[in-house]
Design a protein around this ligand. Structure first.
Ligand SMILES: Cc1cc2nc3c(=O)[nH]c(=O)nc-3n(C[C@H](O)[C@H](O)[C@H](O)COP(=O)(O)OP(=O)(O)OC[C@H]3O[C@@H](n4cnc5c(N)ncnc54)[C@H](O)[C@@H]3O)c2cc1C
Length: 315
């Protein structure tokens, strides 16, 4: 395996790069050690060339979207971290072909979901308003099959374009059977695991701009009222599991978890499934608090809590 410096010189792509870049500045938890090499490709071609070359040389590569669902370890991530932030292309296709003459709006993987929602509003297209205020990127929302107000992003997705682990470019329709609650084909074990999502195409309907805007405002106001943006967090730490009979927040409430803390990592005072960096936390403390909640839920309720937040890098 060549050194990362030799590798970079050889591949010659258009990108911003940073060595030993602290990832705390790139995650909504504001936690995490450095990326050995952070690369932000300026365009799709550069992203594709980077991923293909890294695979050829067996260099580990992690894809970073908005960093809104990640707990990055204090010792950071070795190898390359590909930041999709500059892949923001947006194009509207003529309404045709799809059922009922829906419009197709395609967005680059790095576009923030919130910006996508605003663009749809400006175009008078409805379907995305429930996702207004969701932190993170289009690619991350597809990977996570983000869910807001009972709607999953896969329900408005028409197709995805991605770079498969084989190095092949694939464009594929969204098949309902491959998506589930917080599950997408891009996650480990899925048919497209290890792929780099490049572009997502959404199926939207013409709607009254005033109505779209009203829903978007209401969603954002609801999140604000629920304290979503009050302190650095990654939203819900655990998935909900219907079999447990109550949302995870309620279960943790019952265990007296609100306000519990390990160092600067705390369960928020306003929602027991939102853990926050209350100031000066480390990723290790956050992980410890998460594991503490899991242990108590297991021992006292017989419940297995599955983290929604993804643990990455070295702790
Ligand atoms: C305040 C707050 C509120 C939240 N509310 C919600 C909510 O209501 N509903 C909800 O579902 N989530 C919620 N979240 C979690 C988060 O917003 C979502 O999980 C979001 O979709 C993550 O997107 P991201 O771009 O930040 O992904 P990241 O956190 O950067 O990455 C998540 C995963 O996606 C992968 N990934 C990212 N981009 C790509 C790509 N282009 N190709 C391949 N893989 C990729 C990463 O490798 C990683 O495995 C909330 C988070 C916060 C901070």
């Amino acid at each position: 395996m060549p050194t990362l410096r030799d590798f970079l010189e050889k591949i010659n792509i258009r990108a911003d790069i940073a060595w030993e870049e602290p990832l705390a500045g790139h995650t909504s938890f504001r936690l995490g050690g450095p990326a050995e090499l952070l690369v932000r490709p300026a365009d799709e071609e550069s992203a594709i060339a980077l991923v293909r070359a890294a695979r050829e040389e067996s260099i580990p590569l992690f894809v970073l979207g908005g960093g809104a669902n990640l707990l990055v370890g204090d010792r950071g991530i070795r190898g390359i971290v590909l930041d999709t932030g500059a892949l923001r292309g947006l194009r509207l296709e003529e309404p045709s072909g799809t059922e009922g003459g829906a419009s197709l709006l395609s967005a680059g993987a790095g576009l923030p979901v919130d910006e996508l929602c605003l663009e749809a509003l400006c175009l008078g297209l409805g379907g995305l308003q429930d996702f207004s205020g969701l932190p993170g990127s289009v690619g991350g929302a597809a990977y996570m099959n983000a869910r807001c107000y009972e709607r999953e992003i896969s329900q408005v997705l028409e197709r995805l374009r991605y770079l498969a682990p084989s190095g092949e470019l694939v464009e594929r329709r969204v098949l309902p059977g491959e998506w589930d609650y917080k599950r997408s084909p891009f996650q480990p074990g899925g048919p497209a695991a290890g792929a780099l999502v490049l572009e997502a195409t959404f199926r939207l309907e013409g709607a009254e701009s005033a109505e779209i805007a009203a829903t978007m405002r209401a969603r954002r106001a609801d999140r604000e009222a629920k304290g979503h943006y009050r302190l650095p967090s990654a939203g819900s730490v655990f998935k909900n599991d219907r079999r447990l009979g109550a949302p995870t927040g309620k279960l943790l409430d019952g265990l007296g978890f609100r306000g519990r803390a390990v160092g600067g990592a705390a369960v928020s005072a306003w929602h027991a499934n939102i853990f926050v960096n209350a100031g000066g936390a480390t990723a290790a403390q956050m992980r410890k608090l998460i594991e503490l909640a899991q242990r108590e839920a297991r021992e006292r309720l017989g419940a297995e809590l599955e983290p929604e937040v993804l643990f990455v890098g070295e702790f």
